[in-house]
Design a binder for this molecule. Structure first.
Ligand code: ZN
Length: 361
């Protein structure tokens, strides 16, 4: 039985709140069957949130869905991108070209590749430098974001060994292909930060910074509609991937704090996630996701006592089933091990082969 996030995109457009439409767009990524693109309708046209993967296939489907709602691409005056993953920002440039849509994203938008001006605002201790190193790829002059993306993916991971882009050749080849095929990184015209207010469909929507899944993720909250557009921060039945390769030293800690942050919001009766169906039990869901990570941390410690000193790869192969082995599993394992290290429950040193080795205290 497929999880709801894995279901194929349905063609119908549904109104999930007054003047808020849900349009499912097809994606082919590990564990996901569709992405929800939400449209907020107003007198001037529409704001679209998370307009799918790049490329003509998605553009065609998006045009169809808009037509079902009586809209054209040129009616889209605003595109909002919850975070810098390709299934969320894909058609942003296309919509900007078509109808001059402004593009809204978090001020640090850029996949942890140092594209934003505020990537390094947070304090960095010497201890954190290794965790930071991946995010601090200095920009080269005349380099496009795509070239920097490529360069980042050829780098070795902060924990040594596998190149960051290694997972992309097989499972995500379609995405990788699109990435290398031209200009896909959106140009952000309207960077936002925590607490900013966007006026959409005549209502106020508050920007809530929720790093963890990526270091530039945010949610949008309308207290008036009692709705949280949660992006990938809180999903109804799967646990969002926590990338250990982003711009922050302890992304898991930030993620758990950001779960508490949205759970504590007043006036949320419905959550509209980027994958899967709307749900109303936000606090219950955030608790379940936190519990999952606490269990994973406990399991990581158990594995540490079995393995002694071991590489991230070795830990990940005990934590994940074989079909999941690879870059993403290692990245999430690294996030858990770094969390334990920051909590002084693990120690880490680099081996002569350049690979990090962790030991649980
Ligand atoms: Zn996603």
């Amino acid at each position: 039985m497929k999880k709801q996030e894995q279901q194929e995109a349905r063609t119908d457009v549904s109104e999930v709140a007054p003047n808020v439409l849900r349009m499912e767009l097809p994606i082919s990524m590990p564990g996901l069957g569709h992405v929800n693109c939400y449209a907020v309708i107003d007198d001037e046209g529409a704001t679209l949130m998370d307009p799918g993967l790049p490329g003509p296939e998605t553009q065609e489907v998006l045009s169809q869905r808009l037509a079902q709602a009586g809209l054209q691409e040129t009616d889209v005056h605003t595109v909002i991108i919850t975070h810098s993953h390709p299934d969320h920002f894909g058609c942003a440039n296309w919509l900007a070209d078509k109808g001059g849509a402004r593009i809204v994203a978090y001020e640090s938008f850029g996949w942890g590749v140092g594209l934003g001006p505020h990537d390094h605002d947070h304090e960095v201790s010497v201890d954190d430098l290794r965790a930071q190193s991946d995010a601090t790829i200095p920009p080269r002059q005349d380099e496009t974001p795509e070239e920097r993306w490529q360069r980042r993916h050829e780098r070795l991971t902060p924990w040594g060994g596998t190149p960051i882009g290694a997972g992309l050749e097989g499972r995500e080849s379609k995405v990788a292909e699109m990435m290398s095929s031209g200009k896909f990184f959106p140009e952000i015209s309207d960077p936002v930060t925590d607490g900013d207010v966007l006026k959409l469909g005549g209502r106020e929507w508050f920007v809530r910074f929720t790093p963890g899944h990526t270091s530039d993720h945010f949610c949008l909250h309308s207290p008036e509609l009692e709705i949280l557009l949660s992006g990938d921060h809180v999903l109804p039945s799967i646990t969002p991937h926590i990338a250990g390769t982003g711009a922050h030293a302890d992304p898991l800690k930030l993620y758990m704090e950001a779960l508490d942050k949205v759970a504590a919001l007043d006036h949320v009766s419905r959550v509209l996630p980027a994958h899967g169906n709307p749900f109303d039990n936000l606090a219950e869901r955030t608790e379940a996701i936190k519990r999952h990570h606490i269990e994973r941390l406990d399991r990581t410690k158990e594995i540490g006592s079995e393995l002694g000193t071991a590489t991230v790869e070795a830990f990940s192969q005990k934590l994940f089933p074989e079909r999941s082995w690879g870059m993403m599993a290692e990245s999430e394992t690294y996030a858990h091990l770094e969390h334990l290290r920051h909590a002084r429950e693990a120690e880490c040193h680099a081996g002569e082969d350049g690979k990090l080795r962790y030991v649980i205290r």
